[in-house]
Design a protein. Structure first.
Length: 84
């Protein structure tokens, strides 16, 4: 994490801000999606258990990602509005 605390979010979670058993011991991962969000996520996720994942610059999922296989699920579901 490089000492970055994202405005206190991760320390607050470690201190018990969410009532999830064992959360303070879970690995904490901060990543930016870039144009390949699923690849970036796969590269940083620890194997074999839960983790706290903070997505910095989440808007990149919508603005930089052009590959339909990598696109955010909510983006895939959007359809242009039609007028009847």
């Amino acid at each position: 994490m490089g000492g970055q605390h994202r405005a206190g979010l991760l320390p607050a979670l470690s201190a018990g801000a969410l009532p999830v058993t064992g959360l303070a011991e879970w690995p904490q991962v901060v990543f930016s999606p870039t144009a390949r969000p699923m690849r970036e996520l796969a590269a940083v996720l620890p194997a074999g258990g839960p983790a706290v994942v903070v997505v910095d610059q989440f808007e990149e999922t919508f603005t930089l990602c052009t590959d339909p296989a990598e696109a955010c699920p909510t983006r895939k579901q959007r359809r242009p509005a039609t007028v009847q």
